[in-house]
Ligand binder design. Structure first.
Ligand SMILES: Nc1nc2c(ncn2[C@@H]2O[C@H](COP(=O)(O)OP(=O)(O)OP(=O)(O)O)[C@@H](O)[C@H]2O)c(=O)[nH]1
Ligand SMILES: [Mg+2]
Length: 331
C-alpha cells in the first residue's frame, strides 16, 4: 500500500470498515475515491475501490428475496455537481423556499409546517459551477425522520436553516444541534470534539438565516450570531426579497475547498464555461486525469496561463495549479 495517503482518506477507511449499512458504505467509498491522490502508486487501490463501489451499488439495488418490494428509507442521495449541501432544520424555516428560489426542483412551500416529507434534490448554478441542494423533512420534538441524520452525515456541507421570524430561535438552535448530535452526526465546531473519533469525520456546517425582511429580524440575527460566534458562518437571506442568496452560494462553494482550472487547444481560446474542479493543492497531472486517464499518462508537458504570473510557460505534471489557471496539454 502506498505510504502517501492523506489522513482524511485513512479516517474514511476506518469508518468504512466499521460501517454496516451498505448505503453509507457506498457514500464513504465514493468519498475515499475522491480523496485518494491519483498516480501510478495508487492505481491498484483506485481499481479496488471502484470494484467495491460497483459491488455495493449492486447490493443496494438488488430486490429482496421472496418477491418482496424493498421499501428502504431514502437515506442516500447520490451526489451530483461540484458538491452536495443538505438543508436541515426546524419546521417552517424556509428550506423548501431556498430550493424553490435556487433550483428547478419541485418542492412544496407552505405557510404551515411539515409540508416536506421526503428529501428532494435540485441543482443550483453558481458562476460556472453546479451545486446540489437537498431539501429534507423538518426536525422537531413532534416529528423526526431518523434517515435525515444519515443524509446529513455523508454530505459535503450540512446547512442549518433557521428563520429570523422565529421568537424562539435560540432554543430551536439548541434543540436541533443536540438532536442531530444524538442522531450520531458531529457538526464541525458546533459540538465539542469527540476524543475517540477523528475530527476529519465531523461534518462541515454553515447556517442560512431566512426571513431577513421580517420585523425585528436584525435583533434575532444578533442573538444567533452571539451564540454561534466564530464557530461557523451565518448567511442572512430573504426569500421574499431575493437578497443574500448569491452570497450563500458563493460561500457554500468556497467551503468545498475546490479550485477551477480550464483547458485550451493550441491556437484556440479556453472554454471558461467548462471548468475542471480539483481539490486545493491539485497539480497539472490531476487536471489531465480530470479529463481522461490516458491524457495524464501520455502528458509530456503543459503550457500554463494564470493569475500567478504564468504566461504560457512550460510546466510538468507535478506543477501545482491555482484557481483560474488555463492549461494546454502537450503529448
Ligand atoms: N417573509 C419571509 N417568509 C419566508 C422566507 N422564507 C420562507 N418564508 C415563508 O416561510 C414559510 C415556510 O417556508 P418553507 O420553505 O415551506 O419552510 P420549510 O422549512 O421547508 O418547512 P416544512 O418543510 O414545511 O417544515 C412559507 O410561508 C414561506 O413563504 C423569507 O425569507 N421571508
Ligand atoms: Mg419544506
Amino acid at each position: 500500500m502506498p505510504a502517501n495517503l492523506p489522513p482524511q482518506y485513512v479516517e474514511l477507511e476506518n469508518q468504512y470498515r466499521d460501517e454496516k449499512d451498505p448505503k453509507i458504505r457506498l457514500e464513504l467509498a465514493q468519498r475515499m475515491l475522491r480523496e485518494i491522490p491519483k498516480h501510478k502508486g495508487t492505481d491498484h487501490l483506485v481499481g479496488e475501490l471502484k470494484r467495491k463501489i460497483s459491488k455495493l451499488k449492486v447490493q443496494i439495488e438488488k430486490p429482496q428475496k421472496h418477491g418482496a418490494t424493498r421499501h428502504s428509507a431514502p437515506d442516500h442521495i447520490p451526489r451530483e455537481g461540484a458538491g452536495q449541501f443538505v438543508l436541515f432544520g426546524p419546521p417552517n424555516a424556509g428550506k423548501s423556499s431556498i430550493l424553490a428560489a435556487l433550483t428547478r426542483a419541485h418542492v412544496e412551500v407552505t405557510e404551515w409546517p411539515y409540508a416536506t416529507h421526503k428529501p428532494v434534490a435540485g441543482m443550483a448554478q453558481w458562476e460556472n459551477v453546479q451545486l446540489q441542494l437537498v431539501d429534507t423533512p423538518s426536525i422537531s420534538p413532534q416529528f423526526c425522520e431518523p434517515y435525515v441524520f444519515n443524509i446529513i452525515r455523508t454530505t459535503d456541507v450540512a446547512v442549518l436553516v433557521m428563520s429570523l421570524g422565529d421568537d424562539d430561535i435560540l432554543s430551536e438552535y439548541d434543540y436541533i444541534i443536540n438532536r442531530v448530535h444524538e442522531g450520531k452526526v458531529r457538526l464541525r465546531n458546533l459540538v465539542d470534539p469527540d476524543p475517540k473519533l477523528p475530527t476529519a469525520l465531523d461534518v462541515p456546517v454553515a447556517i442560512v438565516a431566512t426571513g431577513n425582511d421580517i420585523p425585528d429580524s436584525d435583533t434575532r440575527l444578533a442573538l444567533l450570531s452571539d451564540v454561534v460566534g466564530e464557530r461557523t458562518t451565518i448567511w442572512p437571506v430573504s426569500l421574499t426579497q431575493g437578497t443574500g442568496l448569491n452570497e450563500f452560494l458563493a460561500g457554500a462553494y468556497k467551503m468545498l475547498g475546490l479550485i477551477r482550472v480550464y483547458t485550451k487547444a493550441p491556437g484556440h481560446e479556453a472554454d471558461l464555461n467548462d471548468p475542471i474542479l480539483l481539490p486545493i493543492g491539485g497539480n497539472v497531472g490531476d487536471a489531465a486525469r480530470g479529463i481522461h486517464k490516458e491524457i495524464a499518462e501520455q502528458l509530456q508537458f503543459a503550457r500554463i496561463w494564470g493569475t500567478s504570473g504564468f504566461d504560457g510557460s512550460r510546466v510538468t505534471a507535478d506543477h501545482e495549479v491555482a484557481d483560474g489557471d488555463v492549461l494546454e496539454f502537450h503529448f
